[in-house]
Design a protein around this ligand. Structure first.
Ligand SMILES: Nc1ncnc2c1ncn2[C@@H]1O[C@H](COP(=O)(O)OP(=O)(O)O)[C@@H](O)[C@H]1O
Ligand SMILES: [Mg+2]
Length: 376
């Protein structure tokens, strides 16, 4: 696999980009819509806030991961990182550098969109096919995303769906015994093995998240909600039933099993729950195929859980109605992103203090320097 250095082309950002609107406030920085003046194209500028937390050599570890992974990948369903720019410390920015990742611009994310749109079954199939194609590519490249959720799935008016936000992504080690951190993946989409303390997880954690995303597209709400691990597991047990060693080998060996295992027997009612809440499927054949596919994604045993390649070959995709082409996916005049719920914030609507922040960003951008990232 190549190193990221070829990606790190830098240009004079101040002359090249005009900030237009704030479209997202992420975990580690703000995301702006901007225009590349020369190319007359929109881009997203993700500003990396420099804090004292999560820093390696003055640079957030999540950003280093994100750049490193994005520099390795190239797929139509993975967001494209165009360049990385960094401002030079100067009197204008209080001698603090600002870093920006420049991405192709996407009009929406699914968290901003999913509750507003009534998607048809072929559209859901088309969207799922695109996400799974991106995910198959990642997994074939031995990359685990670890934070798949609707807010990290971007959508544009050309009907393209792209996986974004690789801040938690990581390359799988060749050594099977390597232990990873289990504090990954936004809680609602987190696989049960992570909630129960597994450290030797693999790409199958992304497939559990896919099952949650699939459900969200079908029922227009988050399937499992919980702000703490025990509460979320309770929700999972309620819908997916109480796991035991008969469905999930060695689940009783997981670190937090004794504290967090189900107290009583609960039958699995995923099928009933989805069919009662899903309004888009009218025929029995498609309903039973849908339930089969989602059931294989939300399978307790990570070893038995369906992988992206198998999911793409599932009969659900080859049964009529077939997946919608990109040209048949919805196009909207407004732009929707998770943290901007009603409509995208235009620069002139943003309160003065934020405007000042954007002005500061502009100043920072005017004084850039070349960024070199060494392998991490
Ligand atoms: N390329 C992009 N085009 C348009 N909006 C984007 C783009 N990248 C991110 N966003 C918006 O910004 C939000 C936060 O970005 P993200 O990369 O997920 O950062 P974080 O790691 O902080 O969650 C996303 O949920 C999305 O709404
Ligand atoms: Mg995100």
């Amino acid at each position: 696999m190549s190193t990221p250095k070829s990606l790190l082309r830098t240009t004079n950002v101040h002359k090249n980009y005009k900030l237009i609107a704030e479209v997202g406030a992420g975990t580690y920085g703000r995301v702006y819509k901007a225009k590349h003046l020369k190319h007359d194209k929109f881009v997203a500028l993700k500003k990396i806030e420099m804090t004292n937390k999560h820093i390696t050599d003055g640079f957030p570890i999540t950003t280093i991961r994100e750049i490193k992974i994005l520099a390795m990948v190239s797929h139509p369903n993975i967001i494209r990182l165009l360049e990385v720019v960094v401002s030079k410390p100067s009197i204008l920015n209080d001698y603090k550098s600002s870093y920006f990742l420049v991405f192709e611009y996407m009009e929406h994310d699914f968290a901003g969109l999913v509750y507003r749109l009534k998607l048809s079954l072929p559209q859901i199939k088309g969207i799922m096919h695109q996400i799974l194609s991106g995910l198959k590519y990642l997994h074939d490249t031995r990359i685990i995303h670890r934070d798949l959720k609707s807010a990290n799935l971007l959508f544009n008016n050309k009907g393209e769906v792209k996986i974004a936000d690789f801040g938690l992504g990581r390359l799988m080690s060749n050594q099977p015994e390597i232990l990873y951190s289990h504090h990954v993946v936004t809680l609602n989409y987190r696989a049960p093995e992570l909630l129960l303390g597994a450290k030797d997880y693999s790409t199958s954690i992304d497939m559990w998240s896919m099952g949650c995303i699939f459900a969200e597209l079908l029922i227009n709400e988050i399937l499992f909600k919980g702000d703490k691990e025990p509460r979320l597991l309770e929700q999972i047990y309620k819908i997916c039933g109480s796991p035991d060693t008969s469905v999930w080998a060695n689940c009783d060996k997981l670190r937090y099993w004794q504290q967090l295992k189900p107290n009583d027997f609960i039958p699995r009612r995923l099928n009933t729950y989805i069919s009662e809440h899903c309004k888009v499927i009218e025929d029995e054949v498609n309903m039973s195929l849908t339930l089969d596919l989602i059931g294989q994604m939300l399978c307790y045993d990570p070893k038995k859980r369906i992988c992206a390649t198998q999911a793409l070959q599932h009969q659900w995709f080859s049964t009529v109605p077939l997946p919608a082409q990109q040209s048949d996916l919805p196009k909207m005049a407004d732009e929707y992103h998770i943290s901007i719920p009603t409509h995208m914030k235009k620069i002139e609507d943003i309160e003065k203090s934020k405007l000042q922040k954007i002005e500061d960003d502009k100043l920072n951008l005017s004084n850039y320097t070349k960024l070199f990232i060494k392998g991490t």
